[in-house]
Ligand binder design. Structure first.
Ligand SMILES: [Zn+2]
Length: 155
């Protein structure tokens, strides 16, 4: 599996059972960062609570479609997108709660996209946060650029 941080190859350093699935610790062979993946044998039913309070069953394909749309025409492989969704899915199941607010899923995806691609991040954020107007979207981009500048400085 590819490293979610740099996209290079990773190796498994630890495998153990986790409830209904298998949890693997992986280490990137290039940047050395560690991350966790989960494989589900029989995942629990996860219910998404929408902002208006309505509930619907978590649908991986729907999330995948949303992320793919944000990544359209960007230099991001399908494998990377699938890994991102799998990572978010694993985090959701590992919370051990049956219900999750759609906002929480959105924030998780945004955190990942932010590290991956600025354009995809802003596209996804604009849908998930439902920016009231273009001004707020512009502010979000400003904040993003500022954060990038600070990150560059601290390197
Ligand atoms: Zn890496």
């Amino acid at each position: 599996m590819k490293c979610p941080y740099c996209g290079k190859k990773s190796r498994v350093v630890d495998t153990r059972s986790a409830g209904e699935g298998v949890r693997r610790r992986r280490e990137c062979q290039v940047c050395g960062r560690r991350f966790t993946t989960y494989e589900w044998i029989a995942p629990i039913r996860l219910v998404v609570v929408k902002t208006d309070g309505r509930r619907e069953e978590f649908d991986r394909n729907k999330l995948l479609a949303g992320v793919s749309k944000a990544c359209a025409k960007r230099p991001i492989s399908i494998e990377t997108i699938e890994d991102l969704v799998t990572g978010v899915e694993g985090k959701l199941y590992s919370r051990g709660e049956r219900e999750v607010e759609s906002r929480v899923i959105g924030e998780m995806v945004m955190e990942q996209l932010r590290q991956l691609d600025d354009v995809a991040y802003v596209r996804f954020a604009s849908v998930y946060r439902r920016f009231a107007d273009v001004e707020r979207l512009a502010q979000e981009i400003e904040k993003l650029l500022e954060r990038k500048r600070l990150e560059e400085k601290s390197k």
